[in-house]
Design a binder for this molecule. Structure first.
Ligand code: NAD
Ligand code: GLY
Length: 346
């Protein structure tokens, strides 16, 4: 098992190891001796809830469960208020805990309920997708969506513990696994040449414990320097400004990871001397590197993104594999950047 220690406004451990889910009872028991609400989604519930429930109750914990439909639509005001009502009805206190068992949707939703109920109670993140293991479960961003946009309501609320068991990825559909791979490749391009080499050598058959651990360490380092996302943390958005544009233009039919891959490919062609290596790794993972949406449409969709500040937009520039910088450019220059890295699908 690998342990990554995070020293943010709360200090906690991210534990990564095969078979760790079998030890969830004793892990949670060390943090609370009272009540636990397990929040999950219906797909994850059918696979892992009975086991987690049994392991927690066998430690003498008083366990309740709440299951939301699988998918982004559950990051809603309605699901959030339902969770608050369950927390209140079950009389959880600040010495109790929420266990978020699922992907990024469950982690963000349960995390936000935990952040706000009684002005904040502990949350233990138990990510079950690759994306949630390498990104969303670490760093304390929690959120729900509004009808006009994603993640518009949220809070910074660091977890008390993160438990990653790579064995649960065996049940993940291939496309969702590949979505997470786009975030892994992004992390390697941003921060870690050795991780990039490992991905290039092994493709999607990579060493899961090693790769998850390195991604968590890289994210930890950024979060500890800029927990509240006022500067360096924005580096984690490599490929996301254009990626969000692709998602929006497709009416959210292009999955997030594929959209980020397209955004990363465009930024790499525009700025990185090692672009060919980056493109070949994205392709090795079966991720797209081109789009047929015209540059003009991509630019205007990207500029409606919430990261735009006044007349400028901050882009993440991959300078070389393992190193990147933030650059504030006038809004009018974004189209030039996109055109510089653009390649049509055919
Ligand atoms: P998700 O949570 O919707 O999970 C994807 C699908 O996989 C769901 O249908 C789920 O039921 C299923 N699933 C989960 N684990 C499974 C398993 N082990 N076996 C089989 N099926 C499983 O999506 P995601 O990609 O994990 O997360 C996306 C969300 O994360 C978005 O809402 C995004 O905004 C958020 N996010 C948050 C942060 C952050 O820092 N908080 C960072 C990145 C993304
Ligand atoms: N995934 C972006 C962040 O945590 O800041």
């Amino acid at each position: 098992m690998n342990i990554v220690k995070v020293n943010a406004s709360r200090s906690y451990e991210v534990k990564i190891g095969r078979g760790l889910l079998d030890h969830i009872g004793s892990e949670v028991k060390q943090l609370t001796s009272g009540k636990v609400l397990i929040v999950t989604d219906e797909t994850v519930a059918s696979l892992y809830l009975a086991k987690v429930y049994r392991l927690l109750t066998s430690e003498g914990l008083t366990v309740s469960t709440a299951s939301v439909p699988a998918g982004e639509s559950s990051k809603s005001v309605e699901c959030y208020v339902n969770l608050l009502n369950i927390l209140a009805a079950k009389q959880l206190t600040r010495s109790d805990a929420v266990v978020a068992l699922g992907g990024g949707v469950v982690g963000d939703l349960a995390g936000f309920a935990a952040a706000t109920y009684l002005r904040g109670i502990p949350v233990i993140q138990v990510p079950t997708t690759l994306l949630a293991m390498v990104d969303s479960s670490v760093g304390g961003k929690t959120a729900i969506d509004l009808p006009i946009g994603k993640n518009l309501v949220g809070a910074f609320h660091q977890p008390s513990l993160v438990l990653c068991d790579p064995d649960v990825l065996s049940t993940l559909p291939e496309e969702i696994f590949r979505d997470g791979c786009a975030e892994v490749i992004k992390t390697a391009i941003l921060f870690d040449q050795a991780l990039f080499s490992h991905l290039r050598e092994h493709g999607s058959d990579f060493d899961r414990e090693y790769v998850i651990t390195r991604c968590v360490e890289c994210k930890r380092d950024v979060v500890c320097r800029d927990e509240f996302d006022t500067g360096e943390r924005q580096k984690l958005n490599l490929g996301h400004t254009i990626g969000h544009a692709v998602e929006a233009l497709s009416g959210y039919t292009v999955p997030h990871g594929q959209a980020v891959a397209i955004g990363t490919a465009i930024m790499s062609r525009a700025f990185c001397p090692q672009k060919d290596e980056i493109l070949s790794v994205l392709e090795k993972f079966g991720l797209p590197t081109a789009t047929d949406y015209p540059p003009e449409d991509l630019a205007s969709a990207a500029l409606s993104d919430k990261k735009r500040l006044g007349d400028s937009v901050t882009i993440v520039v991959p300078e070389k594999i393992g190193s990147c910088c933030l650059k504030k450019i006038p809004v009018s220059e974004l189209l030039t950047v996109i055109k510089a890295g653009y390649k049509p699908w055919n």
